[in-house]
Design a protein around this ligand. Sequence first.
Ligand code: NZQ
Ligand code: ZN
Length: 386
Amino acid sequence: MNTFEFKNPTKIIFGKDTIKNIENEIPNDAKVLMLYGGGSIKKNGIYDQVKAALSSFDVLEFGGIPANPEYAVLMQALKVIKDENITYLLAVGGGSVIDGTKFLSSAALFDGDTPWDILTDKIRTEKGMPFGTVLTLPATGSEMNSGAVITREETKEKLAMGGPGLFPEFSVLDPQVIASIPKRQLANGITDAFSHVLEQYMTYPIGALLQDRFAESILQTLIEVAPKVIKDPTEYTSAANFMWSCTMALNGLIQKGVPTDWAVHAMGHELTALYGIDHARTLAIIFPSHYKFNFEAKKEKLAQYAERVWNVTEGNTDDKAYAAIEKTEAFFQSLEIDTKLSEYTKDYEGTAEEISKRFTDRGWLGLGEHQDLSPEKVEKIVKMAY
Ligand code: NZQ
Ligand code: ZN
């Protein structure tokens, strides 16, 4: 097991009818900016619950943060924060609203002229404006981690940022919010969380027995609840297990002491930047070819995953490892997620070369758990995903 430090300061408030508790978490004298997305919260009652909980506070609102939070929109919100002397941010939404709020938390205290530099210059945020979240869509784990991914339409870029200053102070997880989520977004959430576990598990054995079992148990839970949540998102037990699995998949715990990959996300983010494909779907496109291309390096963990998660008992290590890739692809397809780029766009020629070039330009010359996934290899993997 590798040496590690672990600190996660986010307070989780989990369960039925817990949105009202936010009034106990925000300082009384705060001037709050409540941030949300395209308006789903106004249809499903979450907006009213949050407003009721904030009735004793000085609150302004900023709605309209789009899926794949857009820099230009966030810059308008930053102006409100500065003009109105906001002191506390409250994100009410999924990964996009929470990530957008993290960007604002950082940008509000940023010294430079152009906050986009936080992303391009990889500036770590040590201290941000304090914020909390009300999660409306289980998927990203953003509600309990310190990372964010921001999109800039103007340059077709999607870049990550983070730092210890960007953990939410608290996050409210009421599984009842799942009832109104469309099937497509539920499938995305399951696929994203599943992929997060795979990125932190599908590397090579390092004697981290507990981390492996944590990861496998999250995968097994997601496989068990996925059909139930899709069939009936109002059923509380499945909703609760789905929600907590997504948070646990990316709150930092399972990656401690183990090697991690994250190359699938790096390639997937480019597909969203270029074609606007939903984040989770880009991962389902990339992962089969990534695992086939890196088969030798990953086959021991692939075989372990085949045995423990999919109950594959037949064959040797190679057979089991291959079965694992097929089972995973079939699982995503069972959620009506297509796993080839050509199923999303007819315009895919040249994509692999473009992504490879972008990685070279950014100096991303060695991704993956062995830091040996060169832009040339990335090009081959993306081509295999056409
Ligand atoms: O905008 P509204 O109207 O609210 O609708 C949203 C949006 O259209 C809707 N929705 C959310 N909660 C709902 C609901 N509809 C009905 N009922 C509800 N309760 O769902 C749509 C998608 O929302 P979004 O926030 O974009 O989805 P998700 O949570 O999947 O977030 C995706 C973003 O997170 C980033 C992705 O790259 C992408 O930009 N990620 C963030 C990570 C992190 N911070 O750790 C890690 C991930 O790997 C990922 O990269
Ligand atoms: Zn993801």
